[in-house]
Ligand binder design. Sequence first.
Ligand SMILES: CSC[C@H]1O[C@H](OP(=O)(O)O)[C@H](O)[C@@H]1O
Length: 362
Amino acid sequence: MLVSGQSYRTIWMPDDATVRIIDQRRLPWSFDLLDLRTVAEVAHAIQDMAVRGAGLIGATAGFGMALAARESTDEAHLARLARSLIETRPTAVNLSWAVNRQLTAIREAGFPNRIRTARAEAQRIADEDAAMCAAIGQHGLAIIQEIAARKPGQVVNILTHCNAGWLAFVDHGSATSPIYAAHAAGIPVHVWVDETRPRSQGARLTAWELGQQGVPHTIIADNTGGHLMQHGLVDLVITGADRVTSHGDAANKIGTYLKALAAKDNGVPFYIALPTSTLDLTLGDGVKEIPIEQRGGDEVTHLEGIASDGSVQTVRIVPEGSRAVNYGFDVTPARLITGWITERGITTNTNQHQSRSASIFA
Ligand SMILES: CSC[C@H]1O[C@H](OP(=O)(O)O)[C@H](O)[C@@H]1O
């Protein structure tokens, strides 16, 4: 997508030994690129959220395995490097999916061919992610067009939570891709951007990327969405997901479940946008089975911002000594979801009031 008018992806390899990323820890204060040259540096970038978002975590792991292929001296060493990537964050299934896809490709090609194989497979994973997200945009566009047709000449108001934008993928995004497609098609859209505490991915990342594309948007405190829905100010909710089970239960940033409850109570359509690389059909009951990452309490007790002198500072926003818990994700049960938008099309939830089916993605 565009950054100051120039087209970017979130990750690429300028040479076979370097993974180059947009360092999202610096956004929106500054736009900085960061080069990663070892598996350890890639693992730290994922764990410290220099890169984040299900699709981008997967692509980063894929490129990390291209570096692992260069570092590894034998298959056991390669397996240890792979494990060090998988262990960085537990919820987004794309991470383990990408690593295991690379291990399979290397195993099939033979260890001596690992470097060339892993480099090519990493590029395929990234290119596929971008293509899947573009397709999600085209499929999701139909939903927005249908709403626009019901309110001619008026703005379509869309609420999204966290950042499931192009910054969470290689390009286009999942939840934002239909928004970008609608904006490009000339449909008047406006986005309510949940700030998404504690890491503020919405206020810092979604607002930044929408602004760069010229999409009208308004940042709201996380607890505002329900009020807006009660007053008819939200036509559609679209979020991303980090893992979706065979039942259609969706793990996403903490707070997504609460938005789905408010949407259900107010008759607002609630869609999950995801590439099929985010599906985990080995799981059924998402609330019981999806691993939920817990991060440090300091992300809750402290807030980063830019001071009037332009310096980026972190301040404590709670009483000294107060403790905090920091659940990174929650799970929205399929019964609250109107439909799932993937690169294959839209799966509408026809059994929202029935017991969960074996798999809605059959
Ligand atoms: C659908 S990928 C974006 C997804 O990932 C975010 O989590 P994090 O920023 O912690 O990686 C959040 O759940 C987004 O919805």
